[in-house]
Design a protein around this ligand. Structure first.
Ligand code: FCB
Length: 447
């Protein structure tokens, strides 16, 4: 969270599996995303983590690109199977060296690294032992975190333990749209606890080792409104808020799971017995910041859908290529709510952005007016929250580059920079140029 603009950082974000490619070189182990993408029907067009953006080979060029845009911060993730191919034991020196060089390259260019330890690419060997459903994974994660802190801690001062525990637990294990692709709600609820516990233990390890720097977690938060004033819709909205927001915010910041959601899950899935004595104290250690990923709000009506008893309605709003409604004011509401309900903690917008169908038309710059507007209006929304007293310290646009958008493959483009995958050419979009100018203007007027 260093930067030249009164501490506010303007940056961009990526994730290892989405950009690196090079999935079988230099000793990298298999991840659950390699396995998932190789399973027929899981990822659109049969796309895989190859070639992605070949960032493993092209990282220097990508760092130069970031510098040319004036980025002050770069959020990236570390691939666990590159560092520990089997998820335990000896480290893979070549894998760590890649991140060491990347971090040094960022520093040389005056870009502050913000490193995420886990952005969904669990070593496949650990999945075979039960993955996030098996409490043993918690110790493995802490061991991995410790290795990375020790090896990269002189260059990285800002750390995120997990990216989006809700996605890891529920999209991965209940809805099954993301790796490992299970459809098992009790497993998902258990997995959510283990992810949170591993976060808490990694934070404790970071503090015990007196590491310098800051550590936090990134949650994907949303704003949920009821479709009508009926009691039923209000209750359905509260359940979705409980499922997606409070199930993670409450244990991290209050040291307890929300009672209404524990009751709901237990009524459907039996005792929530993954929680052992002392777990919640570990999960709720003080953090240096909270990372917030925001893409869209929800309007919910009561419906006969298990287990949440609600369904999300279409809004009367523009939608992105993901079909997500564009409602920038919801970001202001969200930030104000987080501060009101969970205290005055520094917040970072660790992801925000949009997919649109960009076209390569032979021009020097790709015209992506709608993405530009999306980012602009969300930046305004976050500035409104700051003006209302919310302590927001940074904004990282998702994403620097078009990349492997998980189960949607390469079809959904979120980059402010276009990637022509067959040639790997990077081509600026108008939004990147606009963002460069925004950073320059904000930095000169407020330094
Ligand atoms: C978030 C993920 C990120 C990207 C965006 C669009 O949920 O963290 O990797 O897929 O959505």
């Amino acid at each position: 969270m260093t930067g030249s603009n009164n501490g506010f950082v303007w940056g961009a974000a990526t994730a290892a599996f989405q950009i690196e490619g090079a999935t079988t070189v230099d000793g990298r182990g298999e991840s659950i995303w390699d396995r998932f993408a190789a399973s027929p029907g899981r990822v659109r067009n049969g796309d895989t983590g190859e070639p992605a953006c070949e960032h493993y080979y092209r990282w220097r060029e990508d760092l130069d690109l970031m510098q040319s845009l004036g980025l002050q911060g770069y959020r990236f993730s570390i691939s666990w199977p590159r560092v520990q191919p089997d998820g335990r034991g000896p480290v893979n020196r070549k894998g760590l060296d890649f991140y060491r060089r990347l971090v040094e390259g960022l520093r040389e260019r005056g870009i502050a690294p913000l490193a995420t330890l886990y952005h969904w690419d669990l070593p496949q060997t650990l999945q075979e032992e039960g993955g996030w459903g098996n409490r043993d994974v918690v110790e493995r994660f802490v061991e991995y975190a410790d290795v990375v802190f020790a090896e990269l801690g002189d260059g990285v001062s800002d750390w995120i333990t997990h990216n989006e525990p809700w996605v890891i637990a529920f999209l991965g294990h209940a809805y099954g749209t993301k790796a490992p692709g299970a459809n098992d709600w009790p497993l998902a609820v258990r997995a959510s606890h283990h992810v949170l516990l591993s976060h808490g233990l990694a934070v404790r390890r970071f503090r015990e080792a007196a590491r310098e720097g800051r550590i936090g977690i990134t949650l994907d938060l949303t704003v949920v409104a009821p479709a009508t004033e009926s009691r039923e819709d209000a209750a359905a909205a509260r359940r979705l808020d409980g499922h997606q927001n409070r199930w993670f915010l409450d244990p991290v910041f209050r040291g307890s799971y929300p009672a209404d959601m524990v009751e709901l899950y237990e009524s459907r899935f039996g005792p929530f017995d993954a929680v052992l004595d002392g777990d919640l104290e570990l999960i709720s250690q003080p953090l240096d910041f909270l990372g917030v990923n925001f893409y869209r709000p929800h309007v919910v009506a009561a419906a006969d859908v298990e287990p949440l008893g609600g369904s999300s309605l279409d809004l009367d709003a523009e939608v992105t290529a993901m079909g997500w409604p564009v409602v920038p004011s919801a970001l202001t509401d969200l930030l104000v709510r987080v501060q009101r309900d969970y205290g005055d903690l520094p917040l970072l917008i660790t992801e925000n952005g949009a997919a649109f169908d960009d076209r390569l038309d032979g021009g020097g710059v790709i015209e992506d007016e709608r993405r530009l507007e999306f980012v602009k209006r969300h930046v305004e929304a976050l500035e409104r929250a700051r003006a209302a007293g919310v302590d927001v310290r940074g904004y990282y646009v998702w994403s620097l580059l078009d990349n492997f958008e998980w189960e949607h493959g390469y079809e959904k483009r979120f980059g402010i920079v276009f990637v022509d995958f067959p040639t790997q050419r990077r081509i600026l979009k108008r939004s990147a140029l606009w963002y460069r100018d925004l950073i320059a203007a904000r930095t000169s007027t407020r330094s």
